[in-house]
Design a protein around this ligand. Structure first.
Ligand code: ZN
Ligand code: ZN
Length: 322
Protein backbone atom coordinates (compact mmCIF):
# COMPACT_ATOMS: atom_id res chain seq x y z
CA UNK A 1 0.00 0.00 0.00
CA UNK A 2 1.39 3.42 -0.94
CA UNK A 3 0.14 7.01 -0.78
CA UNK A 4 -1.11 6.61 -4.33
CA UNK A 5 -2.89 3.36 -3.63
CA UNK A 6 -2.00 -0.28 -3.99
CA UNK A 7 1.31 -0.87 -5.75
CA UNK A 8 2.31 -4.22 -7.19
CA UNK A 9 5.74 -5.83 -7.55
CA UNK A 10 8.55 -3.30 -7.76
CA UNK A 11 5.99 -0.50 -7.91
CA UNK A 12 5.71 -0.42 -11.68
CA UNK A 13 1.94 -0.47 -11.59
CA UNK A 14 -0.85 0.53 -9.24
CA UNK A 15 -4.40 -0.74 -8.88
CA UNK A 16 -7.09 1.99 -8.82
CA UNK A 17 -4.46 4.64 -7.93
CA UNK A 18 -5.53 7.83 -6.16
CA UNK A 19 -3.31 9.98 -8.35
CA UNK A 20 -1.51 9.79 -11.71
CA UNK A 21 0.99 6.94 -12.01
CA UNK A 22 3.04 5.25 -14.70
CA UNK A 23 0.73 2.27 -15.14
CA UNK A 24 -2.73 2.01 -13.64
CA UNK A 25 -4.91 -1.09 -13.49
CA UNK A 26 -8.54 0.07 -13.26
CA UNK A 27 -11.08 -2.29 -11.71
CA UNK A 28 -14.11 -0.33 -12.99
CA UNK A 29 -15.33 3.04 -14.18
CA UNK A 30 -16.85 4.47 -10.97
CA UNK A 31 -15.29 7.83 -10.20
CA UNK A 32 -13.62 6.79 -6.92
CA UNK A 33 -11.68 4.08 -8.78
CA UNK A 34 -10.81 5.95 -11.94
CA UNK A 35 -8.25 8.71 -11.60
CA UNK A 36 -7.26 10.67 -14.70
CA UNK A 37 -3.71 11.54 -15.73
CA UNK A 38 -1.87 8.21 -15.62
CA UNK A 39 0.44 7.36 -18.50
CA UNK A 40 -1.02 3.93 -19.30
CA UNK A 41 -4.12 2.08 -18.21
CA UNK A 42 -5.16 -1.54 -18.16
CA UNK A 43 -8.83 -2.49 -17.84
CA UNK A 44 -11.41 -5.09 -18.87
CA UNK A 45 -12.70 -4.84 -22.41
CA UNK A 46 -16.32 -5.27 -21.35
CA UNK A 47 -16.20 -1.79 -19.80
CA UNK A 48 -14.30 -0.06 -22.62
CA UNK A 49 -17.13 2.23 -23.74
CA UNK A 50 -17.98 3.42 -20.26
CA UNK A 51 -14.36 3.83 -19.17
CA UNK A 52 -13.82 6.22 -22.08
CA UNK A 53 -16.45 8.58 -20.61
CA UNK A 54 -14.17 8.95 -17.57
CA UNK A 55 -10.72 8.89 -19.12
CA UNK A 56 -11.40 10.41 -22.54
CA UNK A 57 -10.65 9.14 -26.01
CA UNK A 58 -6.96 10.07 -25.86
CA UNK A 59 -6.02 8.04 -22.79
CA UNK A 60 -3.69 5.12 -23.48
CA UNK A 61 -5.71 2.10 -22.41
CA UNK A 62 -4.97 -1.56 -22.99
CA UNK A 63 -8.12 -3.67 -22.75
CA UNK A 64 -8.00 -7.29 -21.67
CA UNK A 65 -10.63 -9.94 -22.11
CA UNK A 66 -11.69 -11.55 -18.85
CA UNK A 67 -9.21 -14.32 -18.09
CA UNK A 68 -6.59 -13.08 -20.56
CA UNK A 69 -3.22 -12.55 -18.88
CA UNK A 70 -0.24 -10.24 -19.31
CA UNK A 71 3.22 -10.19 -17.74
CA UNK A 72 4.10 -7.09 -15.75
CA UNK A 73 7.16 -6.80 -13.51
CA UNK A 74 7.53 -10.57 -13.40
CA UNK A 75 3.91 -10.98 -12.31
CA UNK A 76 1.19 -12.68 -14.30
CA UNK A 77 -1.83 -10.43 -14.21
CA UNK A 78 -5.36 -11.18 -15.35
CA UNK A 79 -8.79 -9.61 -14.91
CA UNK A 80 -11.90 -11.55 -13.90
CA UNK A 81 -15.58 -10.57 -13.60
CA UNK A 82 -16.55 -8.86 -10.34
CA UNK A 83 -20.30 -8.67 -11.06
CA UNK A 84 -20.44 -5.08 -9.78
CA UNK A 85 -21.19 -3.11 -12.98
CA UNK A 86 -20.47 -3.55 -16.69
CA UNK A 87 -16.74 -4.18 -17.12
CA UNK A 88 -15.95 -4.47 -13.41
CA UNK A 89 -12.99 -6.70 -12.67
CA UNK A 90 -11.12 -8.47 -9.95
CA UNK A 91 -7.36 -8.36 -10.44
CA UNK A 92 -5.54 -11.68 -10.14
CA UNK A 93 -1.79 -11.47 -9.69
CA UNK A 94 0.37 -14.54 -9.70
CA UNK A 95 3.99 -14.29 -8.62
CA UNK A 96 6.12 -17.44 -8.33
CA UNK A 97 3.04 -19.57 -7.72
CA UNK A 98 1.59 -17.26 -5.06
CA UNK A 99 -1.80 -15.82 -6.02
CA UNK A 100 -3.19 -12.51 -4.81
CA UNK A 101 -6.67 -11.39 -5.82
CA UNK A 102 -7.78 -7.79 -5.48
CA UNK A 103 -11.58 -7.83 -5.52
CA UNK A 104 -12.36 -4.24 -6.46
CA UNK A 105 -16.06 -3.60 -5.82
CA UNK A 106 -18.07 -6.78 -6.25
CA UNK A 107 -21.49 -8.36 -5.85
CA UNK A 108 -22.68 -11.93 -5.89
CA UNK A 109 -26.35 -11.33 -6.72
CA UNK A 110 -27.51 -11.75 -10.32
CA UNK A 111 -27.42 -8.68 -12.58
CA UNK A 112 -28.28 -9.10 -16.27
CA UNK A 113 -26.34 -5.94 -17.22
CA UNK A 114 -22.89 -7.42 -16.54
CA UNK A 115 -20.94 -10.67 -16.43
CA UNK A 116 -21.50 -12.51 -13.11
CA UNK A 117 -18.89 -12.56 -10.33
CA UNK A 118 -16.29 -15.28 -10.71
CA UNK A 119 -15.01 -16.92 -7.57
CA UNK A 120 -11.21 -17.20 -7.66
CA UNK A 121 -9.16 -19.39 -5.36
CA UNK A 122 -6.14 -17.52 -4.01
CA UNK A 123 -3.53 -17.28 -1.27
CA UNK A 124 -4.24 -13.66 -0.45
CA UNK A 125 -7.58 -11.95 -0.98
CA UNK A 126 -7.89 -8.17 -0.81
CA UNK A 127 -11.57 -7.47 -0.34
CA UNK A 128 -13.75 -4.38 -0.38
CA UNK A 129 -16.10 -3.87 2.60
CA UNK A 130 -18.54 -1.11 1.56
CA UNK A 131 -21.44 -2.85 3.33
CA UNK A 132 -19.36 -4.68 5.92
CA UNK A 133 -21.80 -4.54 8.82
CA UNK A 134 -24.15 -7.38 9.88
CA UNK A 135 -27.21 -5.13 9.36
CA UNK A 136 -26.61 -5.07 5.62
CA UNK A 137 -28.44 -8.05 4.12
CA UNK A 138 -30.06 -7.87 0.73
CA UNK A 139 -33.39 -9.29 -0.38
CA UNK A 140 -33.62 -11.21 -3.63
CA UNK A 141 -33.16 -8.54 -6.33
CA UNK A 142 -35.96 -10.14 -8.39
CA UNK A 143 -38.35 -9.27 -5.56
CA UNK A 144 -37.02 -5.73 -5.22
CA UNK A 145 -37.50 -5.15 -8.94
CA UNK A 146 -41.02 -6.55 -8.65
CA UNK A 147 -41.69 -3.98 -5.89
CA UNK A 148 -40.35 -1.23 -8.16
CA UNK A 149 -42.67 -2.30 -10.98
CA UNK A 150 -45.63 -2.33 -8.56
CA UNK A 151 -44.66 1.14 -7.27
CA UNK A 152 -44.69 2.44 -10.87
CA UNK A 153 -48.18 1.01 -11.51
CA UNK A 154 -49.61 2.44 -8.30
CA UNK A 155 -48.23 5.87 -9.17
CA UNK A 156 -49.88 5.59 -12.57
CA UNK A 157 -53.19 4.82 -10.86
CA UNK A 158 -52.73 7.94 -8.72
CA UNK A 159 -51.91 10.01 -11.81
CA UNK A 160 -48.34 10.94 -10.92
CA UNK A 161 -44.91 10.35 -12.43
CA UNK A 162 -42.47 7.85 -10.91
CA UNK A 163 -39.05 9.43 -10.44
CA UNK A 164 -36.34 6.96 -9.48
CA UNK A 165 -33.01 8.31 -8.27
CA UNK A 166 -30.14 5.91 -8.83
CA UNK A 167 -26.43 5.98 -9.55
CA UNK A 168 -25.97 6.93 -13.16
CA UNK A 169 -23.50 4.13 -13.87
CA UNK A 170 -24.68 0.61 -13.11
CA UNK A 171 -27.72 1.00 -10.88
CA UNK A 172 -29.80 2.98 -13.37
CA UNK A 173 -29.25 0.36 -16.08
CA UNK A 174 -29.96 -2.52 -13.71
CA UNK A 175 -33.32 -0.94 -12.82
CA UNK A 176 -34.14 -0.13 -16.43
CA UNK A 177 -33.45 -3.76 -17.33
CA UNK A 178 -35.90 -4.84 -14.61
CA UNK A 179 -38.81 -2.69 -15.84
CA UNK A 180 -41.73 -3.91 -17.91
CA UNK A 181 -41.71 -1.55 -20.93
CA UNK A 182 -45.37 -2.33 -21.64
CA UNK A 183 -46.33 -0.45 -18.45
CA UNK A 184 -45.55 2.96 -19.92
CA UNK A 185 -42.81 5.23 -21.30
CA UNK A 186 -39.38 5.41 -19.67
CA UNK A 187 -37.58 8.74 -19.60
CA UNK A 188 -34.12 9.64 -18.39
CA UNK A 189 -31.98 12.49 -17.17
CA UNK A 190 -29.30 13.26 -19.79
CA UNK A 191 -26.48 11.84 -17.67
CA UNK A 192 -28.33 8.53 -17.34
CA UNK A 193 -29.12 8.42 -21.05
CA UNK A 194 -25.45 8.88 -21.95
CA UNK A 195 -24.57 5.80 -19.89
CA UNK A 196 -27.51 3.87 -21.35
CA UNK A 197 -26.19 4.68 -24.81
CA UNK A 198 -22.79 3.30 -23.89
CA UNK A 199 -24.30 0.16 -22.38
CA UNK A 200 -26.18 -0.43 -25.63
CA UNK A 201 -22.95 0.15 -27.60
CA UNK A 202 -21.42 -2.57 -25.41
CA UNK A 203 -24.15 -5.01 -26.40
CA UNK A 204 -26.40 -4.82 -23.33
CA UNK A 205 -30.01 -5.08 -24.49
CA UNK A 206 -31.58 -2.34 -22.39
CA UNK A 207 -35.27 -1.46 -22.96
CA UNK A 208 -35.89 1.81 -24.77
CA UNK A 209 -35.54 5.09 -22.90
CA UNK A 210 -35.71 8.72 -23.97
CA UNK A 211 -34.16 11.80 -22.36
CA UNK A 212 -36.80 14.06 -20.80
CA UNK A 213 -35.52 16.90 -22.97
CA UNK A 214 -36.49 14.96 -26.09
CA UNK A 215 -40.06 14.30 -24.94
CA UNK A 216 -42.80 15.90 -27.01
CA UNK A 217 -43.76 19.41 -25.87
CA UNK A 218 -46.30 19.43 -23.03
CA UNK A 219 -45.69 15.75 -22.44
CA UNK A 220 -47.72 14.16 -19.72
CA UNK A 221 -45.30 12.33 -17.46
CA UNK A 222 -48.04 10.93 -15.23
CA UNK A 223 -47.69 7.44 -16.72
CA UNK A 224 -43.91 7.60 -17.04
CA UNK A 225 -40.98 6.11 -15.18
CA UNK A 226 -38.10 8.56 -14.98
CA UNK A 227 -34.51 7.63 -14.11
CA UNK A 228 -32.37 10.42 -12.69
CA UNK A 229 -29.17 10.83 -10.66
CA UNK A 230 -29.64 11.55 -6.91
CA UNK A 231 -28.14 15.01 -7.52
CA UNK A 232 -31.22 15.98 -9.60
CA UNK A 233 -33.46 15.85 -6.54
CA UNK A 234 -34.90 19.25 -5.66
CA UNK A 235 -33.47 20.95 -8.76
CA UNK A 236 -35.48 22.94 -11.32
CA UNK A 237 -35.06 19.98 -13.71
CA UNK A 238 -37.73 18.24 -11.64
CA UNK A 239 -40.37 20.92 -12.14
CA UNK A 240 -41.06 19.93 -15.75
CA UNK A 241 -42.20 16.48 -14.60
CA UNK A 242 -45.37 17.66 -12.87
CA UNK A 243 -46.71 15.82 -9.86
CA UNK A 244 -44.46 12.92 -9.01
CA UNK A 245 -43.54 10.32 -6.45
CA UNK A 246 -39.82 9.93 -5.76
CA UNK A 247 -37.72 6.93 -4.81
CA UNK A 248 -34.10 6.03 -4.32
CA UNK A 249 -32.56 2.62 -4.97
CA UNK A 250 -29.45 1.91 -2.93
CA UNK A 251 -28.01 -0.48 -0.37
CA UNK A 252 -28.02 2.44 2.08
CA UNK A 253 -31.84 2.35 2.02
CA UNK A 254 -31.60 -0.65 4.37
CA UNK A 255 -31.49 1.96 7.13
CA UNK A 256 -34.76 3.87 7.50
CA UNK A 257 -33.03 7.01 8.77
CA UNK A 258 -30.99 7.15 5.57
CA UNK A 259 -34.21 7.10 3.57
CA UNK A 260 -35.61 10.04 5.59
CA UNK A 261 -32.35 11.96 5.22
CA UNK A 262 -32.48 11.60 1.45
CA UNK A 263 -35.98 13.07 1.44
CA UNK A 264 -37.61 10.58 -0.92
CA UNK A 265 -41.06 8.97 -0.73
CA UNK A 266 -39.75 5.41 -1.10
CA UNK A 267 -36.48 3.61 -0.62
CA UNK A 268 -35.66 0.39 -2.45
CA UNK A 269 -32.82 -1.73 -1.11
CA UNK A 270 -30.86 -2.62 -4.21
CA UNK A 271 -27.09 -2.70 -4.08
CA UNK A 272 -24.24 -3.41 -6.48
CA UNK A 273 -22.04 -4.56 -3.60
CA UNK A 274 -21.86 -7.78 -1.61
CA UNK A 275 -23.86 -7.69 1.62
CA UNK A 276 -22.49 -8.94 4.95
CA UNK A 277 -23.19 -12.65 4.36
CA UNK A 278 -21.98 -12.25 0.77
CA UNK A 279 -18.67 -10.83 1.96
CA UNK A 280 -18.18 -13.55 4.57
CA UNK A 281 -19.12 -16.42 2.24
CA UNK A 282 -16.98 -15.13 -0.60
CA UNK A 283 -13.92 -14.48 1.52
CA UNK A 284 -14.07 -18.00 2.96
CA UNK A 285 -14.74 -19.59 -0.42
CA UNK A 286 -11.57 -18.09 -1.91
CA UNK A 287 -9.62 -20.32 0.48
CA UNK A 288 -7.22 -17.42 1.10
CA UNK A 289 -4.89 -17.90 4.06
CA UNK A 290 -4.42 -14.14 4.27
CA UNK A 291 -7.12 -11.47 3.87
CA UNK A 292 -6.66 -7.72 3.58
CA UNK A 293 -9.72 -5.51 3.97
CA UNK A 294 -10.21 -2.11 2.34
CA UNK A 295 -12.79 0.36 1.06
CA UNK A 296 -15.59 0.53 3.66
CA UNK A 297 -16.29 -0.92 7.11
CA UNK A 298 -12.80 -2.33 7.46
CA UNK A 299 -12.69 -2.96 11.22
CA UNK A 300 -15.96 -4.91 11.61
CA UNK A 301 -14.98 -7.19 8.73
CA UNK A 302 -11.44 -7.73 10.04
CA UNK A 303 -12.86 -8.44 13.52
CA UNK A 304 -15.36 -11.02 12.27
CA UNK A 305 -12.78 -12.79 10.09
CA UNK A 306 -10.36 -13.04 13.02
CA UNK A 307 -13.15 -14.57 15.11
CA UNK A 308 -13.46 -17.20 12.39
CA UNK A 309 -9.73 -17.85 12.70
CA UNK A 310 -8.76 -16.15 9.44
CA UNK A 311 -5.57 -14.11 9.25
CA UNK A 312 -7.10 -10.70 8.43
CA UNK A 313 -5.91 -7.11 8.60
CA UNK A 314 -6.77 -3.70 7.22
CA UNK A 315 -5.06 -3.05 3.90
CA UNK A 316 -4.00 0.39 5.16
CA UNK A 317 -1.95 -1.30 7.91
CA UNK A 318 0.58 -2.21 5.24
CA UNK A 319 1.08 1.41 4.11
CA UNK A 320 4.52 1.96 2.69
CA UNK A 321 5.86 5.45 2.05
CA UNK A 322 6.75 6.05 -1.60
ZN1 ZN B 1 -17.97 0.86 -7.70
ZN1 ZN C 1 -16.06 1.76 -4.87
Amino acid sequence: MTDRGLAVGTGGFHIDPRGPVQRAVITHAHADHTCKGSRHYLAAREGSHILRTRLGNDASIQFLEYGESVEIDGCRLSLHPAGHILGSAQVRIEYRGHVTVFSGDYKIQPDPTCTPFELLRCNRFITESTFGLPIYRWDDPARVLEDIRAWWRSNQDAGRASVMFAYVLGKAQRILMGLDPSTGPVFTHGTVEEMNRRYRMSGVGLPNSLPVEKAAKKSDFARAFILAPPSARGTSWMSQLGECSTALASGWMRIRAAQRRRGVDRGFVLSDHADWPGLMDTIQATGAEEVCVAHGYVDPVVGMLREKGIDARPLEASLRKD
